[in-house]
Design a protein around this ligand. Structure first.
Ligand SMILES: [Zn+2]
Length: 417
């Protein structure tokens, strides 16, 4: 039998022993950005690292080429704690979301827990989850049953602030394709059907709709194809959009209205419209487990890192960890690695994700995650508290926890007016 404090000491020592390897791994992934579902090198390097540290590794987990699962088992019985890594990059600007650090925080924590494992009941599973930036690796893994045997899941995201829990926006990715008829733009404009106009009118209708949306809604897009020459009426045009809001219910309403904008644009221009709502890109809003988030914050504070308060008006994106959090108790805290005010998905954030200071912060956050995992295995009351909260939210119909809160707040605000 190991006492809990012995387990903590072993975990921290193991993470420190692997510092050089983890730092090198972080730099290598940062210098080799790979897009979602193409992270062949990053996933392979991480799997090899975990194997070298004594975990049993399954590559191409659940048939997803760039996913993996690395396990270490303790005593029989006890819960299975999943520690997740992401490692995909963004197009053009590389690791501007700092997923190289998410990757190594997951690997570090798993190595730490493994070192403490022989005295603990349960299992740690380091799961490599590809394509967070829109491709929904966790959505695909959930559908494939990858989390069916998992009791709680954790990961940490780099940020400009250190927060134990924050929600995220529910989101869908939508592709629009308009088909028209090519014709000489000067000689026979009356014979053409302009597909680009379908895209432009969608943006115009969307911009009008924006005025009538709740302030948490976000609809934004890019034109990916808009014709090939000024003297040809474009017969094909395409655009990609994200449609988001604080809760899934309202987000679906915004999606319905957005699709109506596109359909109206198709009617107005006489074009044929093809709409694709990507199945794996349906991200639910994050509902972080309060007991587990608090425990992580306590450990991080004890390690000398200040945990900040979540503000009233947090800026947020979306993550497929939201889907995991609506299936099992889960946390997705943030660790500050860049000066406050640095925008996410920027070259400044990308450069910050490769600094020695960022690595140090990541290691502290990973240690706190390892200690939280040890607590989940060694303190049944903690997991019980997480399950009780999760079940209560489910019963209340507010696994979309903050949806109800947001709605309540808005109704109160509306009454004041
Ligand atoms: Zn990210």
């Amino acid at each position: 039998m190991t006492t809990r404090s012995e387990a903590y000491t072993r975990a921290i020592a193991a993470i420190d022993q692997h510092r050089a390897g983890l730092s090198e791994l972080s730099q290598r992934i940062h210098a080799t950005p790979e897009l979602g579902y193409q992270e062949r090198q990053a996933s392979s390097w991480l799997a090899t690292f975990l194997e070298g540290a004594g975990l049993r590794v399954e590559r191409a987990y659940r048939g997803i080429e760039t996913a993996y699962r690395a396990e270490a088992k303790g005593r029989d019985g006890g819960p299975t704690v999943a520690i997740l890594s992401e490692y995909d990059a963004l197009p053009d600007i590389g690791h501007a979301c700092g997923h190289n650090l998410i990757a190594i925080m997951g690997a570090a924590a798993a190595v730490g827990v493994r070192a403490a494992m022989d005295g603990l009941p349960g299992r740690v599973a380091a799961i490599g989850t590809p394509a967070e930036e829109g491709g929904g690796g966790k959505v695909a893994l959930l559908r494939a049953g990858a989390f069916d045997d998992v009791d709680a899941a954790m990961m940490i995201h780099p940020s400009t602030r250190t927060l134990s829990s924050r929600t995220s926006l529910a989101s869908d990715r939508v592709d629009l394709e308009f088909a028209g008829q090519a014709a000489h733009a000067a000689a026979q404009p009356d014979r053409g059907v302009n597909a680009l106009d379908g895209v432009i009118m969608t943006f115009t209708a969307l911009n009008a709709m924006r005025q009538q949306l709740r302030s948490d809604a976000r609809v934004h897009g890019i034109i990916t194809s808009g014709g090939s020459a000024a003297n040809i009426i474009p017969e094909y045009a395409a655009a990609k959009f994200s449609v988001r809001a604080l809760d899934r219910e309202y987000q679906h309403e915004v999606l319905r209205r957005f699709i109506a904008c596109a359909e109206g644009a198709a009617r107005a221009t006489g074009t044929q419209l093809k709409i694709t709502v990507h199945e794996n890109s349906g991200y639910q809003n994050m509902v972080p487990s309060t007991p587990l988030s608090q425990r992580w914050a306590e450990h991080l504070t004890a390690l000398g890192v200040t945990v900040q308060e979540v503000g009233e008006d947090e800026r947020m994106g979306s993550t497929d960890m939201g889907n995991v959090s609506q299936a099992i108790p889960a946390i997705h805290p943030y660790i500050a690695i860049a000066p406050d005010g640095t925008p996410g998905h920027s070259t400044a954030f990308r450069d910050a994700a490769a600094t020695p200071q960022a690595f140090e912060s990541a290691i502290a956050a990973a240690k706190a995650m390892a200690l939280t995992a040890i607590d989940i295995m060694s303190d049944p009351r903690l997991l019980e508290a997480a399950r009780t909260e999760f079940e209560r939210r489910r019963k209340d119909g507010v696994v979309h926890g903050q949806a109800a809160a947001a709605k309540g707040g808005r109704e109160a605000a509306a009454k004041k007016r």
